[in-house]
Design a protein around this ligand. Structure first.
Ligand SMILES: *Cc1c(COP(=O)(O)O)cnc(C)c1O
Length: 403
């Protein structure tokens, strides 16, 4: 299933490492682009800002969803043009806005921030076109809004519309919404898009000038647990294109963006951790792996959450926790013997559990565990400052999964 040559080559000198697969990333991009022909995709860099991953993605006509000045710079350095580089984050500082001002599309996250951009634009003596992130009166699951630290409540936006349309140096030309990540049901996403187009119609009327862009946010999920059924991208694409057609007349020049992180890279990354030792304790076999919690924290967080809850279904808290058994794992052990083991890490804490009582081919020192779904929110979330260990390398290959 995996390219054994690549595995053994890197296992020789590394106890733990990530592998990202270019082939899979390109396929994921093309799948979205082919099914959503009228839409420009933005890559959420916070998912995985590995340089080769970025180069691969930006070479495919995907823009950038930057959540920090650092991500704006990573994108700008790779020649992502301003109209495809959206900078959206709460709590941007004046210094950050100033540095991003000429190289990104600013998405204001609060009324204060709009005023701050107005001040900066005034000093520069220009009118700055911006987008605003709205917190709409609907979510994926409800037809009412919920309190959020993100964006401006839609009601406040409309209440302040006179002030917002009379700013001397800021012109609002775009709307950004994002409700949640990792949805696998297209009906839920589609209903959200429908509500969104109604909001856009009202926003454009209130702004009294044509919207130049909308960023519809994310939501497009990937399968984690082996029980997940994949999102029907083909159907969602078809329905979305129909929806846009229906509203196009109203928004003749509006560019439509969808931002996504995990869909492009999540399933195209693998975390490999070497067996360093094993032992039996009170009848249980422990296999000690390199850099688990500290190199790829999410399997251990999932175990921790499960240990505190008796609930069958646990709520996702992206990107830290998705669901139970979200990271199916494999081994390169060729042993025909199987045994039940606990996979744990090499840290001085007992919390670095990867799997408990799993049946696997017999593992020996030097064998490897390959954890899947490790392309997104994986290396970036690793608490490698703990215990002064050697951080896992990130290795970029053309092809790792063999058909
Ligand atoms: C993190 C984030 C995304 C990306 O989410 P994925 O589930 O990885 O696609 C998109 N938009 C916003 C605003 C985000 O914060």
């Amino acid at each position: 299933m995996f390219n054994q040559e690549i595995l053994s080559q890197y296992l020789e000198n590394n106890d733990s490492f990530y592998i990202y697969e270019k082939n899979g990333i390109i396929k994921s991009i093309e799948k979205l682009q082919n099914n959503f022909p009228d839409i420009c995709f933005l890559y959420s860099l916070k998912t995985n800002p590995n340089k080769e991953v970025l180069d691969t993605i930006f070479a495919k006509n995907v823009g950038a969803d930057a959540a920090s000045l650092g991500e704006v710079m990573l994108s700008h350095e790779r020649n992502v043009p301003i109209e495809c580089l959206q900078y959206s984050a709460p709590g941007k500082t004046r210094a950050e806005i100033e540095k991003a001002f000429d190289i990104s599309t600013l998405i204001a996250d609060s009324l204060n921030e709009i005023n701050l951009i107005q001040e900066i634009a005034k000093e520069k003596n220009i009118v700055k076109e911006i987008g605003v992130r709205l917190n709409p009166n609907f979510t994926f699951f409800a037809s009412n809004g919920i309190a959020s630290k993100f964006g401006i409540d839609e009601q406040q936006f409309f209440e302040n519309i006179n002030q917002l349309t009379n700013l001397s140096h800021v012109k609002i030309v775009g709307i950004h919404v994002h409700s949640r990540s990792q949805e696998l049901n297209i009906n839920i996403i589609y209903a959200y898009y429908e509500n969104l187009f109604n909001l856009l119609t009202r926003a454009q009327e209130a702004l009294n000038s044509p919207l130049k862009f909308v960023n519809m946010g994310s939501g497009i999920g990937i399968t984690y647990s082996l029980e997940d059924s994949p999102l029907d991208v083909e159907n969602l694409g078809k329905k979305t294109i129909e929806l846009i057609k229906k509203h196009r007349e109203n928004f003749p020049q509006m560019k439509i963006y969808i931002e996504t992180g995990r869909y492009l890279v999540g399933k195209n990354g693998f975390y490999i951790s070497k067996v360093l030792d094993y032992k039996t304790s009170y009848g249980k076999k422990f296999v000690i792996l390199a850099n688990t919690l500290n190199g790829f924290v999410r399997p251990s967080i999932a175990k921790l959450i499960e240990s505190y809850s008796k609930e069958e279904t646990l709520f996702a808290t992206e990107p830290l926790f998705t669901c139970k058994n979200a990271f199916p794992l494999y081994t390169n052990s060729k042993s025909t013997e199987k045994e039940v083991v606990n996979l744990v890490g090499n840290l001085c804490t007992a919390a670095d559990i990867v799997a408990q009582d799993v049946l696997l081919p017999k593992l020996d020192i030097g064998d490897a565990i390959i954890i899947t779904n490790a392309g997104s929110y994986a290396a970036v979330l690793s608490p490698m400052q703990f215990s002064t260990q050697v951080a896992p390398k990130e290795i970029f290959v053309d092809k790792f999964i063999m058909e």
